[in-house]
Each structure stands twice: as structure tokens, then as C-alpha cells.
Design a protein around this ligand. Structure first.
Ligand SMILES: Cc1ncc(COP(=O)(O)O)c(C=O)c1O
Length: 487
């Protein structure tokens, strides 16, 4: 057990959610984020009784701070006037908080960050980025800071797993894959003194395997390391990973969170409960000249941003120096998409269940991977973490030959053949040759992606139309009769 393995609750710092959301991070001599001025939380943000559906359309935004604009305005500007040399001094010496430069903070982006914070009870800070990959990379670079190991599973988005292989070792970080991705005991066995984080997807891409978050959090915290969760497939509507011990949550907002397939975006959220003051993470408590206060006293990220040390450091180090800023227009589109999250996801989950049932009923379908299907290993786990449904993506294998599968994929008319899950339009794709094509056959097998894997992401079309489309495609692809194809 790690020396600093205190139960996480014992280390809990109590912060107001509005701490970050009203201030935004600050620093000397650096362009900082937006921030809405002084601590003047909006009526909406300070009302803890509002429920999810209210917060998703109103949270994190106070019209009175934006010329009474009902919709969140698009602040399409690179920079913000400093006002006067006196104000500039206050901004740059952390006496006043406000937007300076859009790469590091913009009010439209900030509204999206604040809204997501409010949709995750327990969250204290967020940073918006230009893609899900930026959110993942900046998070893992931030936690490792050029050395150590990440412990994860092969059951991840193909791009993530490929980046672990191709990029991280060049920056001093090694990535270990557990032996049995679905068993927490496998993680316990594989943690080493160099491991700096456990990283999982709450619902894995493409097989919809549900991670045992509480157990993984327990293991991570017992070793003094954080649990980082990619919650892209679940969204906060279906699952709030902070409620089960996650320390950092990342999103590809390109997917279900936005839901319209018209932008690329990512977010990182934190809850400031992890003990970043341990000796394993000096980057959060070393004293920095750039964070000095008005009297010139050097400070650390933890001193300066006690409620958001992790996302503040992403903002001021990675966003600041590497870029990957989320543009105001994309943040605006994202907020519009987010407004219908519950309605979209509830319908998409219901349609997913109908499609899964239909496929399970077909004799020529060899397997379907989605919680609740026969052969799915973790139905109970799914009930615990995802009582409202296990997302809108699942995969299946057909007994047809490879040529028939290709014919099947060509024959579908309503489903699009593209890779962007969570879109309002349903899609179908052969994962081993596309989204997970970077993986070697051995890696695919380790991730339990068999060569026959077909992934479906369910959109907002009528369920019966989607089923009819699959039916006609099976028929077209099958040699006469259908049963022959299944043999
Ligand atoms: C689970 C998951 N995480 C992250 C990403 C990367 O997100 P983006 O495409 O926004 O960079 C994807 C992309 O498909 C994904 O499926």
C-alpha cells in the first residue's frame, strides 16, 4: 500500500462548485481563461436543488452577465481588452479575474465548462479542448509529467490505445495493459510503484463493457493514484463517474454529449478530492514564479487553484503552450446539442434495446455485446452503474462469410457507414477494419474484438425503420436462403 493511501474521503477538501466556475484560473504573465469577474455566482448556479434537465439548459450561465442574452453568446474574438494599465496589472497579478486571450479562456467556452461542471455533482473544475484526443492526452501528460506508467485496458477507443503505443513512450511514459480487462483484480495485480493513474472507459468502445468504477477507484486510491474515466459513451445523463470514486473524467464531446455530429470537442473535469499534494505529483505543489501573487510570493497550482489544480494546470501548461483550444463557435454549437441530452439519450437507449432484441432473435447472428444480452459478462454491473441504460453503442457478429458481411454493410441504406458514434444519425461500421484498424490482430483479440465485429451506434431515427433496414440488408447479403448464410 502506498504511503499516502488515505481513504479519499479523509482527504476531502470542501469547495464551492462556484469557486472555479465564477473565477476561472489565473496566472501571472500568462493569458488566462475567461472568468466572469468577481465571485458573483449566478442565481442558477447557486441553487443546488435544480435537477439535471434544468441545469442542462440553464446551468453555468447568467444572462445578466452577458447583456441579458438568453442564448449563450458567441464571443468570436481572439483577445479581450485589458481596459487600462491598472486593470491589466490586476489581471496579471491575480487580483482580478477575467478573459484575456481565447486560447486559454473564452466566455462561450467557459459557459460550456461551467454547465458540464453543474451536470456532474461533485465536480469542481473543467477545461474545454478542441477534441476528445486532446482531453485524453493533456490529462495523461498532466498526471505523468514526463515519467511513470499508466495502467489501462485494451478495451478502449482504437485511437487512444494506438496513441499509448506510439506517442507516450516518446514522452517518457509507458502504458501497461491489464491481463483481464474486465476484472478489477487484474488491475490490482498490475499496479507498480511507477504507476501514476488507472485509466478506463466507463462503457468501452466498441463492446459496451461496463467498468467496475467503485472497485477500480478503491484500488487506485489504495495505491495513492487517481482513477481517470473516459465517460464519452455514457454521458453524465447515464452516469456520473465522480459518484463512484473517479478523480478525473474526460470526454470526447464530439459524440453523444453534443449528439449532432457537427463539431469536434473534448472536456476534462475534476472534483479536487485527490491528494495531489503527495510526493508522487510534485507538479501540483512545486512553487512557481509564474503563479506568484500580487506581493510577488511564488505559489503552486494547489495554492493558487485549490478547487481545480488539475484542470488549471492543463489550461495553463498544455492549453497555453501546446494549444488545442476549443473555438467559441464550436462551444456554442456544443451548448445547443447539450440542451437536448436527456431527451436524445433516453430515446436512443430505448431504440438500442429494440435493435439488440431484434438481433438477438436472429439465428444468423452469432453474438450481441450489450448489457442484458445472453453471454454478456457484467449485466449486474451495468444495472449498478447504468440503471437508465448502457448507452447507444453495441456490437454484434454475424455468421455470414467475410464477403457477405461486406455485402451487408453495403446493403444498409438508412445506417450511415461512418465512425462518429453518438450522432443523431445511426451508423454501422466494421470496427476491426476501421475504428480499431490500428490494432494488431493480437491486440484486437486482447480487446476481444473478433474479426466479425460489427459496431452500431443508434441515432434518433424511428426504431422500426432501423430494424427494417437491417432486415433488408441481411436479406440482400445472404445467399439463398438466409439459413444457408448462417451455416
Ligand atoms: C471513447 C472515445 N474517447 C475519445 C475519442 C476521441 O475523441 P475525438 O474524436 O473527439 O478526438 C473517441 C473517438 O471516437 C472515443 O470513441
Amino acid at each position: 500500500m502506498h504511503a499516502c493511501a488515505l481513504p479519499v474521503q479523509k482527504k476531502l477538501r470542501i469547495f464551492k462548485v462556484t469557486d472555479w466556475t465564477t473565477r476561472g484560473p489565473v496566472t501571472n504573465r500568462l493569458p488566462t481563461t475567461a472568468g466572469c469577474g468577481k465571485e458573483r455566482g449566478s442565481r442558477l448556479m447557486s441553487n443546488p436543488s435544480y435537477r439535471f434537465d434544468t441545469l442542462k439548459v440553464r446551468g453555468g450561465y447568467d444572462p445578466s452577465e452577458h447583456n441579458q442574452s438568453v442564448a449563450v453568446p458567441i464571443y468570436q474574438t481572439a483577445a479581450f481588452n485589458l481596459g487600462s494599465p491598472e486593470r491589466a496589472l490586476r489581471l496579471f497579478s491575480n487580483e482580478e479575474f477575467g478573459p484575456i486571450y481565447t486560447r486559454v479562456g473564452n466566455p462561450t467556452v467557459e459557459a460550456a465548462e461551467k454547465r458540464l461542471v453543474e451536470l456532474h455533482p461533485g465536480a469542481t473544475g473543467a477545461v474545454g479542448l478542441s477534441s476528445g484526443m486532446a482531453a485524453i492526452s493533456f490529462t495523461l501528460f498532466n498526471v505523468t509529467d514526463g515519467s511513470g506508467r499508466i495502467l489501462t485496458t485494451p478495451q478502449l477507443y482504437g485511437g487512444t490505445i494506438d496513441s499509448f503505443k506510439k506517442i507516450y513512450p516518446r514522452f517518457g511514459v509507458e502504458v501497461d495493459l491489464v491481463e483481464d480487462p474486465e476484472e478489477p483484480a487484474s488491475f490490482e495485480k498490475a499496479v507498480t510503484p511507477e504507476t501514476k493513474a488507472i485509466y478506463v472507459e466507463s462503457i468501452s468502445n466498441p463492446k459496451a463493457v461496463v467498468a467496475d468504477l467503485s472497485e477500480l477507484a478503491r484500488i487506485a486510491h489504495a495505491h495513492g493514484i487517481p482513477l481517470i474515466v473516459d465517460n464519452t459513451f455514457a454521458t453524465p445523463y447515464l452516469l456520473n463517474p465522480f459518484a463512484f470514486g473517479a478523480d478525473i473524467v474526460v470526454y470526447s464531446a464530439t459524440k453523444l454529449l453534443n449528439g449532432h455530429g457537427n463539431l469536434i470537442a473534448g472536456f476534462v473535469l475534476e472534483n479536487a478530492r485527490f491528494w495531489w499534494d503527495s510526493k508522487q505529483f510534485p507538479q501540483f505543489h512545486e512553487q512557481l514564479y509564474t503563479l506568484r501573487d500580487g506581493n510577488g510570493k511564488e505559489r503552486s497550482f494547489l495554492d493558487t487553484f485549490p478547487s481545480l489544480p488539475f484542470t488549471a494546470r492543463i489550461r495553463l501548461v498544455y492549453l497555453n503552450y501546446i494549444g488545442a483550444a476549443l473555438g467559441p463557435f464550436d462551444a456554442y454549437l456544443f451548448l445547443i446539442g447539450l440542451e437536448t441530452l436527456s431527451e436524445r439519450v433516453a430515446k436512443q437507449v430505448a431504440t438500442t434495446q429494440k435493435l439488440v432484441q431484434y438481433l438477438e432473435s436472429r439465428e444468423d447472428v452469432a453474438w450481441v455485446s450489450y448489457p442484458g444480452t445472453s453471454g454478456y459478462r457484467h449485466t449486474e454491473r451495468a444495472k449498478k452503474y447504468l440503471p437508465q441504460g448502457a448507452g447507444t453503442v453495441f456490437s454484434f457478429g454475424w455468421k455470414g462469410s467475410e464477403a457477405q458481411t461486406e455485402r451487408f454493410l453495403t446493403a444498409v441504406k438508412l445506417f450511415s457507414y461512418h465512425v462518429n458514434v453518438g450522432d443523431a444519425r445511426s451508423l454501422i461500421v466494421n470496427s476491426p477494419k476501421t475504428t480499431h484498424g490500428e490494432l494488431t490482430p493480437a491486440q484486437q483479440l486482447h480487446a476481444q474484438i473478433t474479426p466479425d465485429t460489427i459496431r452500431i451506434s443508434v441515432g434518433l431515427e424511428d426504431a422500426d425503420d432501423l430494424i427494417a433496414d437491417l432486415k433488408q440488408a441481411f436479406h440482400t447479403a445472404s445467399l439463398q436462403p438466409l439459413q444457408t448464410a448462417a451455416s
